[in-house]
Design a protein around this ligand. Structure first.
Ligand SMILES: O=C(O)c1ccccc1N[C@@H]1O[C@H](COP(=O)(O)O)[C@@H](O)[C@H]1O
Length: 242
């Protein structure tokens, strides 16, 4: 039986607001109001997952931890939590929200021993976000280079990482379509499931990502396209179901 592409509508939180960025650059925010209202709207529309990001924690400009915990607690659906999860304390706080899994970015680049340890301890509750420009990973709010994509992928595979969330920074927030070549290359390099992030602009993009499910693309994060009303979440769910 062929699997259906999972859709993860995104709620990125900056300074208490749901926002979208362009290329993940601080200062490019468009605000979309209450994160809780946005998350509840995606849940009402039929989402099975929420991709929830604390952008202040990712950028190191503070955090929205209490709000992110409040949103997670209000959800009946699965939540993937990202942003600023870099040590025992921030990981414990993230897992204590009741989220389904967390997504580690910077930590996988800067503290690989700690990441290997928490992968061993928490299994598939840990995903690693591979945020790339070309094939160079970026951390600390995507402001610093963090090594080669494929070397890091091989290391994380050997440590038992359960899943990767792959973001093409050049596409993120741009409505230019996902980087299908990058996703195919990552899927060819690992047998772990891959969640695609960045660039989704149309239902055809979602159909193109669905065609990569047999190669290992498990899901797709959808952000700007939903907020810009390029399509509704109901339409997106129908498109990947057919
Ligand atoms: O999602 C974004 O738009 C984004 C932009 C800039 C930086 C990070 C962003 N999101 C996610 O944050 C985590 C990384 O956080 P950290 O490095 O672990 O603190 C990762 O999931 C990014 O995709």
């Amino acid at each position: 039986m062929s699997r259906t592409l999972e859709l993860l509508p995104a709620v990125d939180v900056r300074d208490g607001q749901a926002v979208r960025l362009v290329h993940g650059e601080s200062g490019t925010e468009t605000s979309y109001g209450s994160p809780l209202e946005a998350a509840l709207a995606w849940q009402r529309a039929g989402a099975e997952w929420l991709h929830l990001v604390d952008l202040d924690a990712a950028f190191g400009t503070g955090d929205n931890r209490a709000l992110v915990a409040e949103v997670t607690a209000a959800m009946d659906i699965k939540v993937e939590l990202s942003g600023g999860i870099r040590d025992d304390a921030t990981l414990a706080a993230a897992l204590a929200t009741g989220c389904t899994r967390v997504n580690l970015g910077t930590a996988a680049l800067e503290t690989p021993e700690w990441v290997a340890k928490v992968i061993a301890e928490h299994g598939d509750k840990i995903a690693v976000g591979l945020d790339v420009r070309g094939t160079t990973l970026r951390g600390r709010g995507w402001t610093r280079d963090g090594g080669d994509l494929y070397e890091t992928l091989a290391r994380l595979d050997s440590e038992g990482c359960a899943r990767y969330v792959v973001t093409d920074i050049a596409k993120d927030g741009t409505l230019q379509g996902p980087n299908l070549e990058l996703l195919k290359n990552v899927c060819a390099a690992t047998d772990r499931p891959v969640v695609a992030s960045g660039g989704v602009s149309s239902l055809d993009d979602l159909r193109a990502l669905s065609a990569l499910v047999p190669q290992g693309v498990e899901g797709a994060i959808v952000g700007k396209a939903l907020y810009a009303k390029a399509f509704t979440l109901e339409e997106a769910l129908a498109a990947v179901a057919s």
